[in-house]
Design a protein around this ligand. Structure first.
Ligand code: GDP
Ligand code: MG
Length: 170
């Protein structure tokens, strides 16, 4: 069959962790060192082919700045999936990601699929958050975890494919 299933997906996380770059890599296969800061939120779509259906993502890329935080519920409300991004070189952003996961678990859709993305994997020599630390946190919280690089493309498609596999296609 080639059913097309539509899913709302939201990206959350601190400013400058690479949310917009991950989306631009996934949707257009491009990367910009000087990606413009997101104002409010940006909307993009992209599809992923699954065995059982075509998943069409309706992606809300939010601004991570504190002053936009109160707007976040508008974007994660009704979202089937959420990607919470941190920067592997920035411990504050990992703490920020944990608070976003907590907020999603409390106030998001009860069935929301959450994926934690440890971005900037290309900066391995500056890594501050170990794979083990992030993995055990993800496991405890029943969420996906992938280490990605929007810059070199590592795991970007996989991130959206792994989420697609978990989405209910009916
Ligand atoms: P956002 O605020 O979370 O949307 O972050 P942006 O996507 O605007 O990216 C912030 C900065 O980090 C930009 O200068 C990007 O070029 C850079 N960046 C994003 N992803 C990566 C990555 O995977 N590796 C590296 N080295 N830099 C990245
Ligand atoms: Mg952005």
């Amino acid at each position: 069959s080639n059913r097309v299933c539509h899913f709302k997906l939201v990206l959350l996380g601190d400013a400058a962790v690479g949310k917009s770059c991950l989306v631009v890599r996934f949707v257009r296969d491009e990367f910009f060192e000087f990606q413009e800061p997101t104002i409010g939120a940006a909307f993009l779509t992209q599809t992923v082919q699954c065995e059982d259906a075509t998943v069409k993502y309706e992606i809300w890329d939010t601004a991570g700045q504190e002053r936009y935080r109160s707007l976040a519920p508008m974007y994660y409300r009704g979202a089937a999936a959420a990607i919470v991004v941190y920067d592997i070189t920035d411990p504050d952003s990992f703490a920020g990601a944990k608070s976003w996961v907590k907020e999603l678990q409390r106030r998001g859709d009860p069935n929301v699929i959450i994926a934690l993305a440890g971005n900037k994997a290309d900066l391995e020599q500056r890594r501050k958050i170990s794979q083990e630390e992030a993995e055990s946190y993800a496991e405890e919280n029943g969420i996906l975890h992938l280490v990605t690089s929007a810059k070199d493309g590592t795991n970007v498609k996989s991130l959206f494919v792994e989420i697609a596999k978990k989405l209910p296609k009916n």
